[in-house]
Design a protein around this ligand. Structure first.
Ligand code: XIL
Length: 461
Protein backbone atom coordinates (compact mmCIF):
# COMPACT_ATOMS: atom_id res chain seq x y z
CA UNK A 1 0.00 0.00 0.00
CA UNK A 2 1.28 3.52 -0.70
CA UNK A 3 2.14 5.50 2.39
CA UNK A 4 -0.73 7.82 3.21
CA UNK A 5 -0.15 11.25 1.75
CA UNK A 6 -0.41 12.74 5.20
CA UNK A 7 2.74 10.89 6.25
CA UNK A 8 4.60 12.04 3.18
CA UNK A 9 3.62 15.62 3.97
CA UNK A 10 4.92 15.32 7.52
CA UNK A 11 8.35 14.18 6.37
CA UNK A 12 8.73 17.10 4.01
CA UNK A 13 7.73 19.60 6.65
CA UNK A 14 10.06 18.20 9.31
CA UNK A 15 13.00 18.12 6.91
CA UNK A 16 12.50 21.70 5.91
CA UNK A 17 12.20 22.68 9.56
CA UNK A 18 15.43 20.92 10.45
CA UNK A 19 17.28 22.50 7.56
CA UNK A 20 16.38 26.05 8.45
CA UNK A 21 16.64 26.66 12.16
CA UNK A 22 15.35 30.18 11.89
CA UNK A 23 12.01 29.03 10.53
CA UNK A 24 11.77 25.99 12.78
CA UNK A 25 9.01 27.37 14.95
CA UNK A 26 6.90 28.50 12.02
CA UNK A 27 7.32 25.21 10.17
CA UNK A 28 6.37 23.15 13.15
CA UNK A 29 3.30 25.28 13.64
CA UNK A 30 2.28 24.64 10.03
CA UNK A 31 3.01 20.96 10.45
CA UNK A 32 0.88 20.64 13.51
CA UNK A 33 -2.15 22.35 12.00
CA UNK A 34 -1.84 20.35 8.77
CA UNK A 35 -1.43 17.00 10.50
CA UNK A 36 -3.27 17.14 13.76
CA UNK A 37 -6.42 19.10 13.14
CA UNK A 38 -8.26 19.71 16.36
CA UNK A 39 -11.84 19.06 15.24
CA UNK A 40 -13.50 15.98 13.80
CA UNK A 41 -14.55 17.66 10.56
CA UNK A 42 -11.19 19.29 9.88
CA UNK A 43 -9.26 16.12 10.60
CA UNK A 44 -11.55 14.05 8.34
CA UNK A 45 -11.26 16.68 5.61
CA UNK A 46 -7.51 16.19 5.41
CA UNK A 47 -8.11 12.91 3.59
CA UNK A 48 -11.13 14.16 1.63
CA UNK A 49 -13.67 12.71 4.08
CA UNK A 50 -16.46 14.26 6.11
CA UNK A 51 -17.42 13.72 9.73
CA UNK A 52 -21.09 14.34 10.39
CA UNK A 53 -23.80 14.19 13.01
CA UNK A 54 -27.51 13.51 12.94
CA UNK A 55 -29.22 16.63 14.21
CA UNK A 56 -32.72 17.59 15.25
CA UNK A 57 -34.43 20.82 14.17
CA UNK A 58 -35.93 21.23 17.65
CA UNK A 59 -32.47 21.51 19.20
CA UNK A 60 -31.03 24.21 16.98
CA UNK A 61 -31.93 26.84 19.60
CA UNK A 62 -29.66 25.14 22.17
CA UNK A 63 -26.39 27.11 22.12
CA UNK A 64 -24.36 24.31 23.68
CA UNK A 65 -25.61 21.92 20.98
CA UNK A 66 -25.11 24.24 18.02
CA UNK A 67 -21.73 25.32 19.39
CA UNK A 68 -20.44 21.75 19.22
CA UNK A 69 -22.18 21.20 15.89
CA UNK A 70 -20.64 24.15 14.11
CA UNK A 71 -17.22 23.62 15.67
CA UNK A 72 -16.79 19.88 15.13
CA UNK A 73 -18.85 18.64 12.19
CA UNK A 74 -18.76 19.19 8.44
CA UNK A 75 -21.80 17.08 7.55
CA UNK A 76 -25.32 16.80 8.93
CA UNK A 77 -28.17 14.32 8.61
CA UNK A 78 -31.73 15.14 9.71
CA UNK A 79 -32.54 12.67 12.50
CA UNK A 80 -36.26 12.62 11.59
CA UNK A 81 -37.11 15.71 9.55
CA UNK A 82 -36.83 14.32 6.01
CA UNK A 83 -38.57 11.01 6.67
CA UNK A 84 -41.80 10.18 4.84
CA UNK A 85 -44.10 10.91 7.80
CA UNK A 86 -42.43 14.30 8.27
CA UNK A 87 -42.38 15.43 4.63
CA UNK A 88 -45.74 14.09 3.41
CA UNK A 89 -48.01 13.85 6.47
CA UNK A 90 -51.07 13.51 4.29
CA UNK A 91 -51.02 12.28 0.72
CA UNK A 92 -49.89 14.94 -1.70
CA UNK A 93 -49.35 17.59 1.01
CA UNK A 94 -45.63 18.16 1.43
CA UNK A 95 -44.12 19.93 4.43
CA UNK A 96 -40.48 20.89 4.28
CA UNK A 97 -40.16 23.43 7.09
CA UNK A 98 -38.10 21.32 9.47
CA UNK A 99 -36.19 19.54 6.74
CA UNK A 100 -35.27 22.93 5.32
CA UNK A 101 -34.05 24.07 8.75
CA UNK A 102 -31.60 21.16 8.85
CA UNK A 103 -30.58 21.81 5.24
CA UNK A 104 -29.95 25.48 5.87
CA UNK A 105 -28.08 24.81 9.09
CA UNK A 106 -25.79 22.48 7.17
CA UNK A 107 -25.31 24.64 4.11
CA UNK A 108 -24.68 27.80 6.14
CA UNK A 109 -21.93 25.94 8.00
CA UNK A 110 -20.35 24.75 4.75
CA UNK A 111 -21.36 21.18 5.57
CA UNK A 112 -22.49 18.32 3.40
CA UNK A 113 -26.12 17.35 3.93
CA UNK A 114 -27.12 13.69 3.84
CA UNK A 115 -30.79 13.20 3.01
CA UNK A 116 -32.44 10.56 5.19
CA UNK A 117 -34.57 8.69 4.12
CA UNK A 118 -36.86 8.70 1.09
CA UNK A 119 -38.51 5.29 1.60
CA UNK A 120 -38.58 3.21 4.77
CA UNK A 121 -41.16 0.87 6.27
CA UNK A 122 -40.80 2.73 9.60
CA UNK A 123 -42.04 6.27 10.05
CA UNK A 124 -44.20 5.67 7.02
CA UNK A 125 -47.21 8.00 7.29
CA UNK A 126 -50.44 6.30 8.35
CA UNK A 127 -52.13 7.10 5.03
CA UNK A 128 -49.41 5.14 3.22
CA UNK A 129 -49.56 2.29 5.73
CA UNK A 130 -53.13 1.70 4.62
CA UNK A 131 -52.22 1.55 0.91
CA UNK A 132 -51.03 -1.44 -1.10
CA UNK A 133 -50.36 -2.50 -4.67
CA UNK A 134 -50.06 0.06 -7.44
CA UNK A 135 -51.67 2.79 -5.32
CA UNK A 136 -48.82 2.44 -2.82
CA UNK A 137 -46.19 2.07 -5.54
CA UNK A 138 -47.38 5.22 -7.28
CA UNK A 139 -47.53 7.10 -3.99
CA UNK A 140 -44.03 5.96 -3.05
CA UNK A 141 -42.48 6.92 -6.38
CA UNK A 142 -44.29 10.24 -6.30
CA UNK A 143 -42.88 10.81 -2.81
CA UNK A 144 -39.34 10.09 -3.99
CA UNK A 145 -39.78 12.38 -6.98
CA UNK A 146 -41.29 15.25 -5.04
CA UNK A 147 -38.86 15.25 -2.11
CA UNK A 148 -35.74 14.68 -4.22
CA UNK A 149 -36.92 17.48 -6.55
CA UNK A 150 -37.51 19.87 -3.64
CA UNK A 151 -33.93 19.30 -2.44
CA UNK A 152 -32.41 18.99 -5.92
CA UNK A 153 -28.80 20.14 -6.08
CA UNK A 154 -28.50 20.59 -2.31
CA UNK A 155 -28.08 17.03 -1.02
CA UNK A 156 -24.70 15.29 -1.03
CA UNK A 157 -26.18 11.80 -0.65
CA UNK A 158 -29.69 10.42 -0.22
CA UNK A 159 -30.61 7.31 1.67
CA UNK A 160 -33.09 6.38 -1.04
CA UNK A 161 -34.19 3.16 0.64
CA UNK A 162 -33.63 2.33 4.30
CA UNK A 163 -33.64 -1.08 6.00
CA UNK A 164 -35.30 -3.18 3.30
CA UNK A 165 -33.47 -6.42 4.14
CA UNK A 166 -34.52 -8.95 6.77
CA UNK A 167 -32.48 -9.87 9.82
CA UNK A 168 -31.51 -13.47 10.33
CA UNK A 169 -29.99 -16.04 8.06
CA UNK A 170 -31.89 -15.82 4.80
CA UNK A 171 -30.29 -12.77 3.26
CA UNK A 172 -33.61 -11.81 1.71
CA UNK A 173 -35.91 -8.84 1.76
CA UNK A 174 -37.91 -7.77 4.79
CA UNK A 175 -41.66 -8.09 4.44
CA UNK A 176 -43.38 -4.69 4.23
CA UNK A 177 -46.19 -3.14 2.28
CA UNK A 178 -43.52 -1.60 0.02
CA UNK A 179 -41.93 -4.99 -0.61
CA UNK A 180 -45.35 -6.43 -1.44
CA UNK A 181 -45.68 -3.95 -4.33
CA UNK A 182 -43.02 -6.05 -6.12
CA UNK A 183 -39.34 -6.85 -5.68
CA UNK A 184 -38.44 -4.06 -8.11
CA UNK A 185 -39.63 -1.33 -5.73
CA UNK A 186 -36.06 -0.52 -4.69
CA UNK A 187 -34.74 -0.02 -8.20
CA UNK A 188 -37.85 1.98 -9.14
CA UNK A 189 -37.08 4.28 -6.21
CA UNK A 190 -33.43 4.71 -7.23
CA UNK A 191 -34.41 5.49 -10.82
CA UNK A 192 -36.97 8.06 -9.73
CA UNK A 193 -34.45 9.67 -7.36
CA UNK A 194 -31.82 9.79 -10.11
CA UNK A 195 -34.25 11.47 -12.49
CA UNK A 196 -35.22 14.03 -9.86
CA UNK A 197 -31.69 14.87 -8.63
CA UNK A 198 -29.03 13.49 -10.96
CA UNK A 199 -26.16 14.95 -8.90
CA UNK A 200 -27.00 13.50 -5.50
CA UNK A 201 -25.25 10.29 -4.57
CA UNK A 202 -27.90 7.63 -4.08
CA UNK A 203 -27.40 5.20 -1.20
CA UNK A 204 -28.95 2.06 0.16
CA UNK A 205 -28.76 2.14 3.99
CA UNK A 206 -29.16 -0.63 6.58
CA UNK A 207 -28.13 -1.97 10.03
CA UNK A 208 -26.70 -5.28 11.26
CA UNK A 209 -24.45 -5.14 8.21
CA UNK A 210 -21.25 -4.63 10.20
CA UNK A 211 -19.44 -7.73 8.96
CA UNK A 212 -19.77 -10.32 6.25
CA UNK A 213 -23.06 -11.99 7.19
CA UNK A 214 -26.21 -13.23 5.45
CA UNK A 215 -27.89 -9.83 5.56
CA UNK A 216 -24.92 -7.84 4.28
CA UNK A 217 -24.36 -10.48 1.59
CA UNK A 218 -27.98 -10.15 0.44
CA UNK A 219 -27.41 -6.40 0.08
CA UNK A 220 -24.06 -7.00 -1.62
CA UNK A 221 -25.77 -9.19 -4.21
CA UNK A 222 -28.43 -6.54 -4.83
CA UNK A 223 -25.79 -3.83 -5.34
CA UNK A 224 -23.81 -6.05 -7.69
CA UNK A 225 -26.98 -6.73 -9.68
CA UNK A 226 -27.87 -3.02 -9.77
CA UNK A 227 -24.39 -2.09 -11.02
CA UNK A 228 -24.52 -4.77 -13.72
CA UNK A 229 -27.90 -3.55 -14.99
CA UNK A 230 -27.21 0.17 -14.76
CA UNK A 231 -29.60 0.89 -11.89
CA UNK A 232 -28.28 4.21 -10.53
CA UNK A 233 -26.80 3.37 -7.11
CA UNK A 234 -23.73 5.26 -5.87
CA UNK A 235 -23.24 4.30 -2.26
CA UNK A 236 -24.09 1.96 0.59
CA UNK A 237 -24.65 3.22 4.12
CA UNK A 238 -23.69 1.10 7.13
CA UNK A 239 -25.65 2.37 10.11
CA UNK A 240 -23.31 0.81 12.68
CA UNK A 241 -25.47 1.00 15.79
CA UNK A 242 -22.99 -1.03 17.79
CA UNK A 243 -22.87 -2.81 21.11
CA UNK A 244 -19.58 -3.42 22.85
CA UNK A 245 -17.59 -4.72 19.89
CA UNK A 246 -17.38 -5.03 16.11
CA UNK A 247 -16.80 -8.04 13.88
CA UNK A 248 -13.19 -8.61 12.90
CA UNK A 249 -14.15 -8.34 9.23
CA UNK A 250 -15.75 -4.90 9.55
CA UNK A 251 -13.15 -3.30 7.25
CA UNK A 252 -13.14 -6.23 4.82
CA UNK A 253 -16.91 -5.93 4.52
CA UNK A 254 -16.67 -2.22 3.65
CA UNK A 255 -13.95 -3.04 1.14
CA UNK A 256 -15.95 -5.72 -0.68
CA UNK A 257 -18.76 -3.22 -1.29
CA UNK A 258 -16.28 -0.54 -2.40
CA UNK A 259 -14.85 -3.06 -4.84
CA UNK A 260 -18.27 -3.21 -6.53
CA UNK A 261 -17.76 0.42 -7.55
CA UNK A 262 -19.84 2.22 -4.92
CA UNK A 263 -18.85 4.58 -2.12
CA UNK A 264 -19.37 3.35 1.41
CA UNK A 265 -20.32 5.52 4.36
CA UNK A 266 -20.78 4.94 8.08
CA UNK A 267 -24.16 6.60 8.46
CA UNK A 268 -25.52 6.31 12.03
CA UNK A 269 -22.63 5.37 14.27
CA UNK A 270 -23.22 4.99 17.99
CA UNK A 271 -21.58 2.54 20.42
CA UNK A 272 -22.90 1.36 23.77
CA UNK A 273 -20.90 2.83 26.62
CA UNK A 274 -18.78 0.23 28.33
CA UNK A 275 -15.16 -0.56 28.77
CA UNK A 276 -14.65 -0.79 25.02
CA UNK A 277 -16.47 2.27 23.76
CA UNK A 278 -13.40 4.34 22.91
CA UNK A 279 -11.61 1.45 21.26
CA UNK A 280 -14.66 0.43 19.20
CA UNK A 281 -15.02 4.01 17.97
CA UNK A 282 -11.34 4.00 17.09
CA UNK A 283 -11.62 0.69 15.21
CA UNK A 284 -14.59 1.87 13.16
CA UNK A 285 -12.79 5.11 12.27
CA UNK A 286 -9.60 3.30 11.29
CA UNK A 287 -11.59 0.89 9.12
CA UNK A 288 -13.21 3.77 7.21
CA UNK A 289 -9.88 5.56 6.90
CA UNK A 290 -8.31 2.41 5.42
CA UNK A 291 -10.90 2.10 2.64
CA UNK A 292 -10.35 4.71 -0.07
CA UNK A 293 -14.03 4.79 -1.02
CA UNK A 294 -15.24 5.17 2.57
CA UNK A 295 -16.14 8.83 2.15
CA UNK A 296 -17.26 9.72 5.65
CA UNK A 297 -18.67 8.90 9.05
CA UNK A 298 -21.82 10.22 10.71
CA UNK A 299 -22.56 9.76 14.41
CA UNK A 300 -26.25 9.47 15.35
CA UNK A 301 -26.46 12.51 17.63
CA UNK A 302 -24.09 14.88 19.38
CA UNK A 303 -24.32 14.51 23.20
CA UNK A 304 -25.32 11.36 25.06
CA UNK A 305 -28.49 13.16 26.09
CA UNK A 306 -29.39 13.63 22.41
CA UNK A 307 -29.23 9.92 21.62
CA UNK A 308 -32.19 7.78 20.67
CA UNK A 309 -30.50 5.00 22.72
CA UNK A 310 -31.63 6.38 26.06
CA UNK A 311 -29.40 5.35 28.94
CA UNK A 312 -26.67 3.83 26.78
CA UNK A 313 -24.53 6.98 26.54
CA UNK A 314 -23.36 5.93 23.07
CA UNK A 315 -22.02 9.22 21.66
CA UNK A 316 -18.82 11.28 21.63
CA UNK A 317 -19.88 14.10 23.98
CA UNK A 318 -21.35 13.76 27.47
CA UNK A 319 -24.61 15.34 28.55
CA UNK A 320 -22.84 18.64 29.23
CA UNK A 321 -21.09 18.66 25.88
CA UNK A 322 -17.64 17.60 27.16
CA UNK A 323 -15.47 15.45 24.90
CA UNK A 324 -15.35 11.81 25.99
CA UNK A 325 -12.48 9.34 25.61
CA UNK A 326 -14.27 8.04 22.51
CA UNK A 327 -13.93 11.50 20.97
CA UNK A 328 -10.16 11.47 21.39
CA UNK A 329 -9.98 7.98 19.96
CA UNK A 330 -11.86 9.08 16.82
CA UNK A 331 -9.87 12.29 16.44
CA UNK A 332 -6.57 10.42 16.69
CA UNK A 333 -7.68 7.86 14.11
CA UNK A 334 -8.73 10.62 11.71
CA UNK A 335 -5.45 12.45 12.21
CA UNK A 336 -3.45 9.28 11.61
CA UNK A 337 -4.59 9.56 8.00
CA UNK A 338 -5.35 6.99 5.37
CA UNK A 339 -5.78 6.76 1.63
CA UNK A 340 -7.36 9.89 0.24
CA UNK A 341 -10.88 9.59 -1.13
CA UNK A 342 -10.63 9.48 -4.94
CA UNK A 343 -12.16 12.55 -6.55
CA UNK A 344 -15.46 12.12 -8.30
CA UNK A 345 -16.74 14.50 -10.93
CA UNK A 346 -20.48 14.55 -10.85
CA UNK A 347 -22.62 11.45 -10.60
CA UNK A 348 -20.82 8.16 -10.88
CA UNK A 349 -23.84 6.20 -12.07
CA UNK A 350 -23.96 4.93 -15.59
CA UNK A 351 -27.00 5.96 -17.60
CA UNK A 352 -30.08 4.02 -16.62
CA UNK A 353 -31.86 1.76 -19.09
CA UNK A 354 -31.57 2.35 -22.83
CA UNK A 355 -34.33 4.42 -24.40
CA UNK A 356 -37.36 2.37 -25.29
CA UNK A 357 -37.80 4.50 -28.38
CA UNK A 358 -35.72 7.19 -29.97
CA UNK A 359 -35.33 9.32 -33.05
CA UNK A 360 -34.32 7.40 -36.16
CA UNK A 361 -33.25 10.40 -38.22
CA UNK A 362 -31.19 13.33 -37.02
CA UNK A 363 -33.21 16.48 -36.47
CA UNK A 364 -33.04 19.11 -39.22
CA UNK A 365 -32.15 22.76 -38.84
CA UNK A 366 -34.37 24.71 -36.49
CA UNK A 367 -36.10 21.55 -35.40
CA UNK A 368 -35.91 19.37 -32.35
CA UNK A 369 -36.36 15.72 -31.55
CA UNK A 370 -37.39 13.87 -28.42
CA UNK A 371 -36.74 10.43 -27.02
CA UNK A 372 -38.27 8.82 -23.99
CA UNK A 373 -36.84 6.46 -21.37
CA UNK A 374 -39.40 4.61 -19.29
CA UNK A 375 -39.06 3.22 -15.80
CA UNK A 376 -42.20 1.08 -15.55
CA UNK A 377 -43.79 -1.07 -12.91
CA UNK A 378 -47.11 -2.82 -12.73
CA UNK A 379 -49.64 0.02 -12.92
CA UNK A 380 -47.39 3.03 -13.43
CA UNK A 381 -44.17 4.53 -14.73
CA UNK A 382 -41.90 7.51 -14.77
CA UNK A 383 -40.78 8.86 -18.13
CA UNK A 384 -37.60 10.82 -18.75
CA UNK A 385 -37.76 12.75 -22.01
CA UNK A 386 -34.65 14.08 -23.70
CA UNK A 387 -35.23 17.03 -26.00
CA UNK A 388 -32.43 17.59 -28.53
CA UNK A 389 -31.98 20.62 -30.74
CA UNK A 390 -31.04 20.17 -34.39
CA UNK A 391 -28.29 22.08 -36.15
CA UNK A 392 -29.82 25.40 -35.13
CA UNK A 393 -30.56 26.66 -31.63
CA UNK A 394 -34.10 26.22 -30.31
CA UNK A 395 -35.89 29.00 -28.47
CA UNK A 396 -38.83 27.19 -26.93
CA UNK A 397 -40.14 23.67 -27.54
CA UNK A 398 -43.22 21.49 -27.20
CA UNK A 399 -43.19 17.70 -27.06
CA UNK A 400 -46.31 15.65 -27.79
CA UNK A 401 -46.79 12.10 -26.57
CA UNK A 402 -49.65 9.69 -27.13
CA UNK A 403 -50.69 7.76 -24.05
CA UNK A 404 -52.46 4.40 -24.22
CA UNK A 405 -56.10 4.62 -23.22
CA UNK A 406 -56.81 4.28 -19.51
CA UNK A 407 -53.53 5.86 -18.45
CA UNK A 408 -53.05 9.39 -17.16
CA UNK A 409 -50.21 11.77 -16.35
CA UNK A 410 -50.15 12.45 -12.61
CA UNK A 411 -47.31 14.95 -12.45
CA UNK A 412 -44.53 16.46 -14.54
CA UNK A 413 -41.25 18.19 -13.76
CA UNK A 414 -39.13 20.64 -15.77
CA UNK A 415 -42.06 21.10 -18.20
CA UNK A 416 -45.72 22.18 -18.15
CA UNK A 417 -48.28 19.74 -19.47
CA UNK A 418 -51.56 20.37 -21.22
CA UNK A 419 -54.02 17.53 -20.77
CA UNK A 420 -53.50 14.38 -18.73
CA UNK A 421 -54.64 11.57 -21.06
CA UNK A 422 -54.65 10.69 -24.74
CA UNK A 423 -52.49 13.21 -26.60
CA UNK A 424 -50.54 15.24 -24.05
CA UNK A 425 -48.23 18.11 -24.89
CA UNK A 426 -45.37 19.23 -22.64
CA UNK A 427 -43.89 22.68 -23.14
CA UNK A 428 -40.63 24.09 -21.81
CA UNK A 429 -40.52 26.10 -18.61
CA UNK A 430 -38.68 29.43 -18.54
CA UNK A 431 -35.20 28.14 -17.78
CA UNK A 432 -34.98 25.27 -20.26
CA UNK A 433 -36.59 26.70 -23.42
CA UNK A 434 -33.34 27.70 -25.06
CA UNK A 435 -31.25 24.81 -26.29
CA UNK A 436 -28.08 25.49 -28.25
CA UNK A 437 -27.57 23.80 -31.63
CA UNK A 438 -26.98 20.11 -31.01
CA UNK A 439 -27.62 20.51 -27.27
CA UNK A 440 -30.27 18.84 -25.19
CA UNK A 441 -32.34 19.15 -22.03
CA UNK A 442 -34.48 16.72 -20.05
CA UNK A 443 -37.92 16.79 -18.46
CA UNK A 444 -39.95 14.06 -16.87
CA UNK A 445 -43.42 12.95 -16.01
CA UNK A 446 -45.11 10.24 -14.04
CA UNK A 447 -48.23 8.37 -15.08
CA UNK A 448 -50.59 5.55 -14.32
CA UNK A 449 -51.06 2.61 -16.66
CA UNK A 450 -48.34 2.01 -19.22
CA UNK A 451 -46.25 4.75 -20.78
CA UNK A 452 -46.09 6.00 -24.36
CA UNK A 453 -44.80 3.41 -26.81
CA UNK A 454 -44.17 5.62 -29.86
CA UNK A 455 -41.45 8.21 -30.31
CA UNK A 456 -42.76 11.62 -29.16
CA UNK A 457 -42.88 14.46 -31.64
CA UNK A 458 -41.04 17.69 -30.94
CA UNK A 459 -41.92 21.13 -32.27
CA UNK A 460 -39.41 23.98 -31.94
CA UNK A 461 -40.31 27.61 -31.91
C1 XIL B 1 -34.41 7.10 14.93
C2 XIL B 1 -34.38 8.47 15.54
O1 XIL B 1 -33.11 8.68 16.11
C3 XIL B 1 -35.45 8.60 16.61
O2 XIL B 1 -35.53 9.96 17.05
C4 XIL B 1 -36.80 8.19 16.04
O3 XIL B 1 -37.76 8.20 17.08
C5 XIL B 1 -36.73 6.81 15.43
O4 XIL B 1 -35.72 6.79 14.44
N1 XIL B 1 -32.26 3.61 11.89
C6 XIL B 1 -32.49 4.74 11.14
C7 XIL B 1 -32.81 6.02 11.84
O5 XIL B 1 -32.32 4.70 9.92
O6 XIL B 1 -33.67 6.81 11.07
C8 XIL B 1 -33.37 5.80 13.19
O7 XIL B 1 -33.52 7.07 13.83
C9 XIL B 1 -32.51 4.86 13.98
C10 XIL B 1 -32.41 3.52 13.32
Amino acid sequence: MNPPSIFRRRRVLLLSAAAAGAVLAASVAVASTAEAASTLGASAAQSGRYFGAAIAAGKLGDANYTGILTREFNAVTPENEMKWDATEPSQGRFTYTNGDRILNQGLSNGSKVRGHALLWHNQEPSWAQSLSGSALRNAAINHVTQVATHYKGKIYAWDVVNEAFADGGGGGRRDSNLQRTGNDWIEAAFRAAHTADPNAKLCYNDYNTDGVNAKSTGIYNMVRDFKSRGVPIDCVGFQSHLGTGIPGDYQANLQRFADLGVDVQITELDVAQGGNQASVYGSVTRACMAVARCTGITVWGIRDSDSWRTGENPLLFDNSGNKKAAYTSVLNALNAGGPTVPPTSGPTSPPTSPPTSGPTTPPSAGACSASVTLNSWNGGYTATVKVTAGSAAVNGWAVTVNLPSGGAVTNAWNATSSGTSGTVTFANVSYNGQIPAGGSTEFGFQGTGSGPSATPTCRAS
